[in-house]
Design a protein around this ligand. Sequence first.
Ligand code: NAD
Ligand code: UDP
Length: 315
Amino acid sequence: MAKKPKRVLVTGAAGFIGSHLCDALLAKGYAVTGVDNLLTGAADNLSAARESPLFVFQEADVVEPLDHDVSVIYHLASPASPVDYLEMPVGTMLANSLGTLNCLELARSLEARMVLASTSEVYGDPEVSPQGEGYFGHVNPTGPRSCYDESKRFAEALCMAYRREHDSEVVIVRIFNTYGRRMRPDDGRVIPNFVSQALAGAPLTVYGDGGQTRSFCHVDDMVKGLLLAMETPEAAGEIINIGNPNEMRVIDLAALVKQRTGSDSPLEFEPLPQDDPRQRRPDITRAMSLLGWAPRVGIEEGLDDVIEYVRGLSP
Ligand code: NAD
Ligand code: UDP
């Protein structure tokens, strides 16, 4: 009799990264259970996954206890765009606190590995660059972004508490800015904003003077890193940055989007949001040595992918 495929639970499955992760897991022969309450994700993101007989979807909130028979759990359920989490600060904190607790309890009862989707936001507005996993961060604990930053920091601390007290097999992945197809064009993050503005001939909204930096990782590279975090035995108990160290200024990104779309949209300068980090760049030494991972997709190629996607959405 053929061996039953390993079943993987993905919370936040209908979201941008979650839906790509489901597709990649199914392509590798895993069975996948996706859970999502469709707060910031969309059922349409799962149309490819739904074609597989190995895919099951449950519309549910991770704040409620989870009950699934799986071998691995990925916890991605949480609003991720600043625009989204500023609108839903309490829900964001609950997804990352109670939601993480529910995932850890399920993982403990099943002796399953749990991969936490954490974030570079745990470094806050960093005083060192690049940011290595040993850096403790520089975070405003009560500012507008704290609902996200601090709940992700709590989620990380809870994972490590479960590891110390219950020997749980946790892996913490600190995801740096990721972009690609299936981001909502209106989700407020900089790449979907600039691309939709450029394609509409509208001004590109640059916050502050645009001198702040980010390092953008294409979702295909991110998903490969997430798969390795699950499949690499030595990753248990580790904290691993996954991102593309190719740091750039937001104003240079605006110029590049204009160039790749052929747009002559002007730039419109708007106030910098409170606590917006000035700089962000991952040190990926650990991901390279432990997982054998490195990003492959360059920003030009990655932007072209998003531009094609957003063009395809226009009526
Ligand atoms: P997204 O908003 O597209 O996806 C998040 C998904 O979680 C959505 O489908 C949403 O409906 C779901 N969700 C939210 N709260 C939920 C709840 N209580 N119960 C069930 N489902 C819930 O965002 P994304 O960019 O795909 O981010 C996925 C994960 O990766 C998040 O945990 C985020 O913090 C992390 N992350 C993303 C980035 C990035 O640049 N995209 C960077 C750092 C970390
Ligand atoms: N940003 C911008 N214009 C926009 C959206 C964002 O200049 O229309 C800036 C934002 O202030 C930040 C950077 O782009 O400095 C990345 O923002 P995003 O929301 O994508 O992610 P963050 O890294 O802040 O979570």
